[in-house]
Ligand binder design. Sequence first.
Ligand code: CU
Length: 119
Amino acid sequence: MSPDKIIVTIIGVAAIGATYWFFLLKKDQVVAAGNSVEVKVEGGYSPTTIKIAKHKPTTLVFLRTDKNDCLEEVVIPEFKVRQYLPVNQKVSIAVTPTKAGEFPFSCGMGMYHGKIVVQ
Ligand SMILES: [Cu+2]
């Protein structure tokens, strides 16, 4: 291999590594909720995983700062929630999980995902 090809290969591998690192870190973002937990809605959900305790009333406070229409609704099937999220306005959703498990939530079109882990 010529030196320029080696450099291109190294940069390529580094870019792939950085991408994996970025997404893995994003995926591993877990927050244990107290009585409430704030979820930022900006190009997805942050945190993506929220841990809450069984039988504990918990308020999920969604704050959407992303003008993308894709994120204007949040859907949590387990709690029968389909909620419109106005931009730059906090929306509180109270849930009291009655069973343990992992319950996904997503935007109205199912393109962005997060999950609620009940323990
Ligand atoms: Cu969407």
